[in-house]
Design a protein around this ligand. Sequence first.
Ligand code: UDP
Length: 458
Amino acid sequence: MMEQRKGRRLILFPLPLQGHINPMLDLANILHYKGFSITLIHTNFNSPNPSNYPHFTFHSLQDGISATEASTNDVVSLLSLLNIKCAEPFKDCVRSLVSDDVSQEPVSCLISDAIFHFTQAVAESLKLPRIVLRTGGASSFVVFAAFPLLREKGYLPIQETRLEDPVVELPPLKVKDLPVINTLNPDTFHQLVENVVSATKASSGLIWNTFEDLEQSSLASLSQQFSIPMFPIGPFHKHNLAIPSRSSSLLAEDQTSIPWLNTKPPKSVVYVSFGSIAAISEREFLEIAWGLAKSEQPFLWVVRPGLVHGAEWLEPLPSGFLESLSGRGHIVKWAPQQEVLAHEAVGAFWSHNGWNSTLESVCEGVPMICSPCFSDQKVNARFVSQVWKVGLQLESGKLERGEIEKIIRKLMTREKDGDEIRVRVSELQDKADNCLKQGGTSYESLESLVSHIFSLET
Ligand code: UDP
């Protein structure tokens, strides 16, 4: 049953990218369920759909981002620009919401995506406590927080000759796993990371979409470095709330995915998706297509428009490619991913290892094939393959049809490697279930978060 209304309002500010909107809206639902009223401030670029959330109040910011600027081709430039362009309209918006307090419910705090670092200064100027939501994993944040050290020790900027060197301070990472992004402005990227880390340190608390049993040592290391309270209350999307959560997808979910999966045997399908931003070359696209074809396993493949550089959608595929597979392959533009991963026909997830995808796979006990593209995906992938050992990594030089066929067979067939991975991922799935039950770590951490929000009112 939903908890009693608390007469308190929270202002939430998601970063307008799919992998950030989903967890922020899940968090909004969790906190609403705990009795808080929710106001969401959002950019008009990639705006969530308010009609899916009639229980929240929405305020749209005139962010001034033009259509050309809104491209995710250079995500670093976009994020830096958002931090600049949103500053004034955001401050005006929060100021007016806070001064409306007298007639409405008092605002307890702002909860901002970590990447919107400028919101720390706004919150301080309005004397409003700010709590941060980091939508990525804790293990990759340890690495971002270590950037000054990594630069001092010469690991960054990355030198091509050192890719295979271990990063001895951060096992089991190698130099090639460091979370960098290809950008025209490497200095801007380093500045962004530094700003995010320091604004997080200055905040009143940090919420994580993760759970203790998954990232205990990374969370412990961050707690030592950051003297703010931490609340690992994930996996957000598995909290049992009274209101069934609605999709926060920016693209329409293809409804043929589930009926197609219904026709396939249990644990037979490889689900392939590289998330909302990553892009690949036409050569890589064709190697994936042929690798999937040669594996002889059924596959459901998300080819987002824009996934393949220089192509609208599927034009690079040889004509008759899917037809030649006689129903063994299905391609969609966007899938209802959580439902897909929960489907009994799915036996593996070939993923770019965005944090949400990684966590969603763990929660459904689905083993992974890891093909990280950039940033924290590289750290997540290494943890999947070498720390939790719930997947196999396809090293970046091996995106080639023969290697793809080999790795799919290794994971999907009843070979020793695949079997051991399946046992471990189902143990981790149990832990993800248990942490949300009464007395579980995420359940208790959510209780502490609610008390902490009240304690901020002085
Ligand atoms: N997603 C989805 N349908 C798709 C592909 C992805 O609903 O076809 C969702 C997925 O469930 C996840 C989010 O989009 O919640 C992607 O976030 P992630 O952190 O994995 O990657 P990003 O898109 O940020 O690179």
